[in-house]
Design a protein around this ligand. Sequence first.
Ligand code: FPP
Length: 248
Amino acid sequence: MAPVDRGSDSSSKPPLTKVPRHVAIIMDGNGRWAAARGLPRATGHRAGTENLREVLRAAVEFGVPVLTVYAFSTENWERPKHEVNALLTILEQVIENELDELDASGVQIRHLGRTEGLAPRLVRKIQSATERTAHNSTLCLNVAFNYGGRAEIVDAIRRIIGDGLPPEAIDESTISRYLATHDLPDPDLIIRTGGDMRVSNFLLWQGAYAEFYSTPTFWPDFSRDEFYAALQAFQQRKRRFGRVESQS
Ligand code: FPP
């Protein structure tokens, strides 16, 4: 992939020579960003949504072909009802207000996660957004919403059993094929904002060999430049995939 030209502010920064094929982001810190400003948590989520636009643009600019964002986990249902409602409303509004622009920019939208528990109207909107953008190819955006890595693996195993596969026919590639990401590369890089160093049930199968990048920056402040810094850090990593360096 050609090095990315970052324009006039890139002079002191080396070009990106090794861009991850798939970057996944745990967008953490919206609540603390809001609390630091004396604002409600939902305002933090809205600021985080605004920031996602910037990061999407940056992903296209830097040549990242697949981006997965963790927007709502299966555990997030335990949050106060008004916060859950705010996150559900944000997803609906993002689809309503941003779909034309995302589609025009060539973004293919996919949903990772369960639809059970989501309102039928929201499910229809998700389905229509994914169908409408299915042929776009500038960037594949996976929105993990009502998503849990364990639940995803359980669902895959249920379908494998439902399809009648005998135990001896099941290997790692079978599980991968039954995940919603079956036709996508595994994430090369998982970024977590907000300072914690946990995987939090995110892409447990696909992230087996992902490089992890954690930053204390709260998600609404995670800028294009910091995204670039994460990609630079990635290209310094020596990935061995369980082998020794001379083999990798
Ligand atoms: C974690 O921060 C963030 C979330 C649970 C929600 C992330 C959602 C968005 C950024 C909105 C984008 C939405 C869509 C639908 C694309 P936190 O609330 O746990 O923050 P804290 O750790 O500071 O409390």
